[in-house]
Design a protein around this ligand. Structure first.
Ligand SMILES: [Zn+2]
Length: 67
């Protein structure tokens, strides 16, 4: 029986870029920084900014620790 190599291991799915509300100046600044980081191929910074942008508008309840 013929054997095939194992499929590649995928460590986590890339998250889609977060879409902040257009009226948030803080996110607008981070979006510009992200665009700059993307242009510089700084994937680590892009990822960091994506997390920061996504976290900025999480519902307050999800930021709380469990009671
Ligand atoms: Zn924001």
């Amino acid at each position: 029986m013929r054997r095939y190599p194992a499929p590649p291991v995928v460590l986590g799915l890339p998250l889609p870029p977060p879409e902040p509300p257009p009226d948030c100046q803080h996110c607008a600044r981070m979006m510009r920084e992200r665009a700059q980081a993307t242009a510089e191929r700084d994937g680590s910074r892009v990822s960091d900014l994506n997390v920061l942008i996504a976290r900025h508008h999480l519902p307050a309840a999800s930021l709380r620790t469990a009671p």
